[in-house]
Write a protein that binds this ligand. Sequence first.
Ligand code: MRU
Length: 350
Amino acid sequence: MPEASGPVSETYSHIDWRGDALRLLDQRELPAAEVYVTCTTALQVAAAIRDMVVRGAPAIGITAAYGAVLAARCALQAHGRIDLRLVAGDMRELADARPTAVNLSWALAYMAQRIGSGGADELLVSLEQQARDIQARDIAANRRMGELGAALLASGAVITHCNTGTLATGGYGTALGVIRTGVAQGKIGRVLASETRPWLQGARLTAWELSREEIDVTLICEGSVGSAMCTFHPGWAIVGADRIAANGDAVNKIGTYNLAVLARQHGARTMVVAPTSSIDAHAPSGAHIEIEMRAADEVLAAAGYRQVPAHVQVWNPVFDVTPASLIDAIVTERGVASPPSAAAIAELLD
Ligand code: MRU
């Protein structure tokens, strides 16, 4: 149930484990209000992921890990024990909540490895700790990627897409982590953020995160990317990824491919920033990755107001594939693949 509405406070905790419940900052309500959703079951967590209360690949993985803890808690309460069979239905609901972000299945597989050994109470404690570890390691990975990515920047403008900041991760951010570090190092003169139709993650979330830290941000419509490149000459397009294939193709928010094509046309480089948990070694290329399709309503209405005549058809894929050939660097916490190739990706995973 949603609770506590009001202006967003100075500090916030967007994925907050409370011992017997998971409290999530409802990202659908930002930047207008701070509303939290409290989940006490894995099915509520799955619904929160599906409905975009929480979004962004690493944040989805961390949230699902806490969902697995709630599944184990419920099994213990109902059956006096925890085993994989008892949580299988909940784990499937969590895994199916969104199909593209591989961090989701990665986190659930990591949690499932632990389920089934040891006494139930100790197991619950260790599952909680494991979920906390996933979150802590994600923040540490983001800090490291911030340094590695910022080291590639010369001074000038950069452009980003969607939201890849604290809200999309355990904290600090992937692409936005590189931008934070680059700004702190005085390398970035201007941050261009595209609004990111239809959920407006760029306008609502990236602009919100950066302006809270008094980092200047220039918001543009996605249709303005080409013109913005002619005007501001960004050196890098810096984006995240929901899944990276073994050959270096990157699946990210719809519009990333357009951005990378325009970057190549204008002599800007494209940097994909993602932890190794976003790499899917089983997907040979982007063509093997499922692209999530979402409801037509998301495109037909803006701010709850329908903008389009009746009976208009909608095609709403929410991610696209940027081929490795358009990517200049993939930055992970284990190092940089530049240019990305199957061999360079395999080396990162080794
Ligand atoms: O649909 P969303 O908002 O979950 O999409 C998010 C993105 O595409 C991000 O760029 C990606 O998950 C990387 S977040 C660090």
